[in-house]
Write a protein that binds this ligand. Structure first.
Ligand SMILES: C[S@@+](CC[C@H](N)C(=O)[O-])C[C@H]1O[C@@H](n2cnc3c(N)ncnc32)[C@H](O)[C@@H]1O
Length: 240
């Protein structure tokens, strides 16, 4: 590296450090939400996600039709204890597969769903990292990735999204809901060995992965002092 070159933040990511960190965190909503489980954050987040999916369904009726015609199987990536499946995806999907590499979190998923009488929605729990996840072609109506993509290096994220594209049924979508930095720069966080990406970085990565951005929306009403959180709805580019 030359004297004037700055190391890209994602080069600091270590997948083993990340798993070590998350394995030491309590398998609770408070744990997966970094201590914000008892604030207004979970309710606000869930409400915002449900409204976003409904809006996308209204704006892109072919997406809604796809779920009705071809099946409503969803995939929750970096699922933690299954909070998003329990509170959001179960309202739209008949079955959900969950990808979560941290053993105590993956083990907690069925308990969380059982508490809300939602065990019938549980598909497969895949105890692997996103970097090793290759969905079956055409399997999913939609794939939801929330607060986890920062765990991947840029090149692995592009590859992961490319594979997710092939995992979608016709007119299926990928949803991403992630923190954004408030600047144009990505930031490395050594606590969980992740990066927080700028909105522009995400848009560049989506483009490289052959995804068209349909809609993006900032989550309103979160507690002060947090990063802005943005939801993105994406579909494969026509020519990809
Ligand atoms: C902030 S939590 C979010 C959990 C869940 N998406 C939610 O919103 O409740 C981050 C999650 O990413 C998971 N994770 C970390 N590295 C991962 C990887 N390489 N592949 C998939 N998930 C990963 C962690 O174990 C943790 O469950």
């Amino acid at each position: 590296m030359g004297a004037n070159e700055i190391e890209a933040p994602d080069t600091n990511i270590s997948y083993t450090d990340a798993i070590e960190y998350w394995t030491g965190v309590p398998a609770t909503v408070d744990g997966v939400l970094g201590g914000f489980g008892h604030t207004t954050l979970p309710k606000t987040d869930v409400k915002g996600s449900i409204t976003f999916i409904k809006r996308i369904s209204r704006l892109y009726p072919e997406f809604e039709e796809s779920g009705k015609k071809l099946g409503a199987r969803g995939c929750d990536v970096g699922a933690g204890i299954g909070r998003v499946t329990r509170d959001v995806l179960s309202k739209f999907c008949s079955k959900v597969d969950l990808v979560e590499p941290v053993v105590p979190f993956a083990n907690q998923i069925s308990t969380e769903l059982e508490r809300k009488n939602l065990l019938d929605r549980l598909g497969n729990v895949l105890q692997i990292g996103m970097q090793d996840f290759s969905p079956e072609p055409g399997k999913y109506w939609f794939i939801w990735c929330q607060w986890c993509l920062g765990q991947l290096k840029d090149t692995h994220l592009v590859d992961f999204l490319e594979r997710c594209k092939t995992g979608l049924q016709k007119d299926g979508l990928i949803f991403v809901k992630e923190n954004n930095t408030s600047t144009l720069m990505d930031e490395f966080d050594s606590t969980d060995s992740s990066v927080t990406r700028a909105d522009l970085s995400f848009r560049r990565i989506f483009d490289e992965a052959g995804l068209e951005l349909l809609q993006a929306e900032i989550q309103q009403g979160l507690p002060h002092g947090l990063y802005p959180v943005r939801s993105y709805a994406l579909r494969p580019k026509k020519d990809s």
